[in-house]
Design a protein around this ligand. Structure first.
Ligand code: UD1
Ligand code: UDP
Length: 354
């Protein structure tokens, strides 16, 4: 049976790499890249490094407002689906590519399987939260990474087609750990293990707000720690707009987005992680790196409950205090499965399509 997998943004390439390997054992997979991320460091690098098959289609939609971007994607995805008529559409996570793929598919009566279903921040100001709620409501198969996600769906009356499979990002971490350990990125940056803070920032609440971005930059500079900051293009755009870019570049290692293996190597060797990313909060937990999260809430509540993640928002005193004192040591539960989520997803899809 034919399956169309829809991807478009960095974390989706990482997730799809795992699931794609499994589903290709039994089905014909057609990869549709929406083109939401297009810089080589945000897209092509991941396909090459993670050996993801070349996309069969690239819609090349690029950047734009939510409506422009999502609208262009819905039209492009529909064209491909009408031509290919797959038995199933597979979507990942919570981006505009996820929403567009889902809308296009359900309207032409093609069932949707959602990987990473049931996540909720309960903050509807996040574009991702709106995408998650809508996608889950109309998906046929809901692959949940955590028990919390299953519960969230249950609370919204969604129980049909729900499967607790574990987290495909944990699969990716296990699959790639040894390769990441061999990377030479520390040598390239001339830094030593456990001597630096690793930072990523890309959520609109932090990047688009002059006040929040300035606060974060101030905190990083005044911490006097060595900082490595692989910056998302969105963040570079706003650092420049608010006149913060040159000041930050003088004080820290402000570098291009890292490849997945380089980033994993940087994370495994960091003193602490500072981030507003969803995926990176979990990866810090996988590698037992204390995570300071620049948000007020998280979907990945297990990381906080187990004491390995602290939510500080864009608050300078709280960020600096966490850099100095946050020192988790507690046990971590097996919150994100056993590294076989992708295999389980593929088996459930086989059953569904047989
Ligand atoms: C998107 C997702 C977010 C996810 C993130 C992963 C939505 C609403 N947001 O956010 O959930 O966490 O991807 O990284 O789908 N840009 C470039 N080159 C690129 C890509 C983006 O320059 O290759 C710049 C553009 O100025 C663009 C901005 O980054 O306007 C934002 O890109 P966009 O894809 O709209 O959202 P992200 O912030 O990347
Ligand atoms: N990542 C990467 N290079 C970077 C920053 C992050 O490869 O420079 C990886 C990271 O390891 C994680 C994923 O990108 O697997 C997270 O993506 P992002 O933070 O863009 O999105 P989110 O998870 O918040 O949706």
């Amino acid at each position: 049976m034919d399956i169309v997998s829809i991807v478009g943004a960095r974390p989706q390439f990482i997730k799809a790499a795992q699931v794609s390997r499994e589903i290709r054992k039994k089905h014909k997979e057609i990869i549709l890249h929406t083109g939401q991320h297009y810089d080589p460091t945000m897209s092509a690098t991941f396909f090459e490094e993670l050996k993801i098959p070349e996309p069969d289609y690239n819609l090349g939609v690029g950047s734009g407002s939510h409506a422009e971007q999502t609208g262009r994607m819905v039209i492009g995805v529909e064209n491909v689906l009408l031509k290919e008529r797959p038995a199933l559409v597979l979507v990942y996570g919570d981006t505009n590519s996820t929403l567009a793929g889902t809308l296009a598919a359900v309207k032409v009566h093609i069932p949707v399987a959602h990987v990473e279903a049931g996540l909720r921040s309960f903050n509807r100001k996040m574009p991702e939260e709106v995408n998650r709620v809508l996608v889950d409501r109309v998906s046929h198969l809901l692959f949940c990474p955590t028990k919390t996600a299953v519960k969230n769906l249950e609370n919204e009356g969604l129980t049909k087609g729900v499967h607790l499979v574990g987290d495909v990002m944990y699969d990716a971490a296990l699959h790639n750990k040894a390769l990441a350990e061999e990377r030479e990125i520390l040598k390239k940056l001339d830094i030593k293990e456990r001597s630096y803070l690793l930072v990523t920032v890309h959520r609109p609440v932090n990047t688009d707000s002059k006040e929040n971005l300035t606060t974060i930059v101030d905190a990083l500079i005044s911490s006097e720690e060595d900082v490595v900051f692989p910056a998302h293009p969105r963040t570079i755009k706003f650092l420049k707009k608010y006149g913060l870019h040159d000041k930050l570049k003088e004080s820290i290692h402000l570098i291009k987005p890292a490849s997945y293996l380089d980033f994993t190597c940087l994370l495994m060797n960091a003193k602490k992680m500072i981030t507003d990313s969803g995926g990176v909060q979990k990866e810090s937990y996988f590698y037992e790196i204390p995570c300071i999260t620049l948000r007020k809430e998280t979907e990945w509540v297990e990381t906080v409950e187990d004491g390995w993640n602290i939510l500080v928002g864009a608050n300078k005193d709280r960020i600096l205090d966490a850099i100095k004192t946050f020192d988790p040591k507690g046990e971590r539960r097996e919150s994100y499965g056993d590294g076989k989520a992708s295999k389980r997803i593929s088996e459930i899809i086989d059953e569904e399509l047989s």
